[in-house]
Design a protein around this ligand. Structure first.
Ligand SMILES: C[S@@+](CC[C@H](N)C(=O)[O-])C[C@H]1O[C@@H](n2cnc3c(N)ncnc32)[C@H](O)[C@@H]1O
Length: 246
């Protein structure tokens, strides 16, 4: 496994979030069919996938382009006793080609940015049934004029914007906004940065003197440090929306 995956690919989650927040977003989706068909785009290690299976009676198709992630989702669902309602697929989200109206819910925690927020929401319109729901979490600015360390951290994530700007995109992409909320700091630390720090400590000695490995450790350390110092400037928000009924 490459150095990046040995840190980022072994955490309980591959981005901020928590089971409580997955549940909170899911509960905003009313009414729903009794057993909704859910697509989880960029499922990562699948904490939210298993939670969606646990809190409802629906089926989930979990999609990620990394086979290592799909292996972890399958293993987690197996040990949670919910694998009978899970299907998985190793696929690039840019090549999704499901039939029209295939899903009652499309879920994507911390992953829609790989398509682009607006491109992704429009793509989801192809597969969501009219009146179906979409839930995504996405990086947002919380206040203007971030310091240079923050700008540098988010340089490649060019679509980070304010909550208001994201809501505008949702509306012009053919959805009604159901609700939105910010993720609290614990959603960054409990399942993401705290385990990342443990992983860094485990690897630091063995990887010493290997430039590629040290670069991964330093990137992770920097990400945690910028969050600890400046999390009042940026955050993650959950957006729940409903595809317009035709
Ligand atoms: C930040 S992680 C979030 C994972 C998970 N949803 C979570 O919240 O823990 C983004 C995930 O998207 C996947 N991903 C990135 N680009 C992708 C692509 N083009 N197609 C499919 N999956 C992709 C990554 O492998 C990773 O698992």
């Amino acid at each position: 496994m490459n150095y990046f995956l040995q840190i980022y690919g072994t955490l309980p989650r591959a981005g901020p979030g928590s089971n409580e927040l997955t549940q909170k977003a899911f509960e905003m989706m009313l009414p729903l069919p009794e057993s909704p068909r859910i697509l989880d785009v960029g499922c990562g290690p699948g904490m939210q996938t298993v939670e969606l299976l646990r809190i409802g009676t629906g089926t989930v198709l979990a999609l990620d382009f990394l086979p290592e992630m799909i292996d972890r989702v399958n293993a987690k669902a197996e040990s949670a006793g919910v694998s009978d309602r899970l299907e998985t697929i190793v696929k690039d989200m840019r090549e999704m080609d499901f039939p029209l109206s295939s899903f009652d819910i499309i879920w994507s925690e911390g992953a829609i940015y790989n398509l682009g927020f607006e491109v992704g929401l429009k793509k989801f319109q192809e597969f969501i049934r009219p009146g179906g729901y979409v839930a995504v979490s996405e990086a947002v600015w919380l206040k203007p004029n971030p310091p240079s360390e923050v700008v540098e951290l988010w340089r490649e994530y060019t679509e980070i914007d304010t909550v208001a700007a994201k809501l505008e995109i949702i509306k012009r992409s053919g959805y009604e906004v159901v609700g939105n909320f910010l993720l609290p700091p614990s959603a960054w630390t409990d399942q993401y940065y705290d385990p990342m720090e443990e992983r860094i400590a485990e690897k630091a000695k063995d990887w010493m003197g290997v430039p590629e490995a040290e670069a991964v450790l330093n990137e992770a350390r920097n990400e945690i440090s910028v969050f600890r110092h400046y999390s009042d400037y940026f955050g993650y928000a959950f957006f729940v929306m409903r595809a317009k009924r035709i």
